[in-house]
Design a protein around this ligand. Sequence first.
Ligand SMILES: *Cc1c(COP(=O)(O)O)cnc(C)c1O
Length: 410
Amino acid sequence: MNFDTKLDEAIARLHEEGRYRTFIDIKRERGDFPHALWKRPDGSERQVTVWCSNDYLGMGQHPVVLDAMHEAIDSAGAGSGGTRNISGTTVYHKILEHELADLHGKEASLLFSSAYIANDATLSTMPKLFPGLIIYSDELNHASMIEGIRRNGGQKRIFRHNNLAHLRELLEADDPAAPKLIAFESIYSMDGDFGPIEAICDLADEFSALTYCDEVHAVGMYGPRGGGVADRDRLLHRLDIVNGTLAKAYGVMGGYIASSSKFCDAIRSYAPGFIFTTSLPPAVAAGAAASVAYLKRNGELRKLHQTRANILKLRLKGLGLPIIDYGSHIVPVIVGDPVHTKKVSDMLLEGYGIYVQPINFPTVPRGTERLRFTPSPVHGANEMDNLINAVEDLWSHCTYAQPCRAISMI
Ligand SMILES: *Cc1c(COP(=O)(O)O)cnc(C)c1O
């Protein structure tokens, strides 16, 4: 085989379909986020406003987080030096796991390198713990859940997105004695819609199934203490396993599950994705713990975040743009074509210093390519005005943006 030719063909396919990924090089400026320096391929630089970061609350530059990280580096050094089993469990990891268990009202939590790994490692390990396990998975679940479920060797059923009748139908069709798990998200990050947590928990009770909820796009941002949508809706006790990230609203890095002590204890010793990899650096754990603790006590950023999201949605709707609005903080504008989406994104960046990454297949279904804006407490009135003016300019003058008008959403 000519390997180079195969690679050329694979890359050419991406270009043809308009989904070749171009990474934008930016340097975030501490104290000045959402502003960042964009380094163009020719080496020149320009200041831009980032409108697509998952650092939803600006915690990535919060003094409380940075101080905790500096302090940990100064006292414990750079890396953890090992896997959790072999010298890599430090006081920082224990403190963070304690914070997270408390955040979700669970007995225990378990840290992973990322929420991707947490989903993949946990879901792929579960059939080892519960032989014959059937996993019922929402069709729009994140790739990390899909991967874990796909290669776990167990049985799976995919239910239509948020469709309780379909989920019930699938549950009823299986052996009542078979162990079951329902896996879903509290907020689906591409449309920003909510999963029906309570109704799914009711079904789970009826069919003696476990529940597994990915709260990645909600932790830190919803609930009186930032415990996610289940915290907001007082449903924490009804979820068996919660998955969260420390990389989005908490502004650092890492992922986790929170559950019973027994469940975490079993995953700890059965999941290769937990066992055979170096634990998070102490400074990362310390920064994340400070962030989680801070957001438990302080709700102002959460409130401001929702306010900013509502303002942006209102103003985009005022321009007549096809935005998707389910009442969450995520603001998707559908363009509906990969080439046009990329073009609009390029024009916003080049012409207006506004950085919003185009989102294409396979992250979203073909035909629903979009720009996904993530307003935050640090996107003030100026940033908002600049964005609205730029979008208005583009949509009224530019043919590339016109497909937007043609697509009517919700
Ligand atoms: C981002 C994301 C993840 C992965 O989180 P990381 O900590 O970045 O690996 C998992 N689930 C969902 C729904 C996500 O959007």
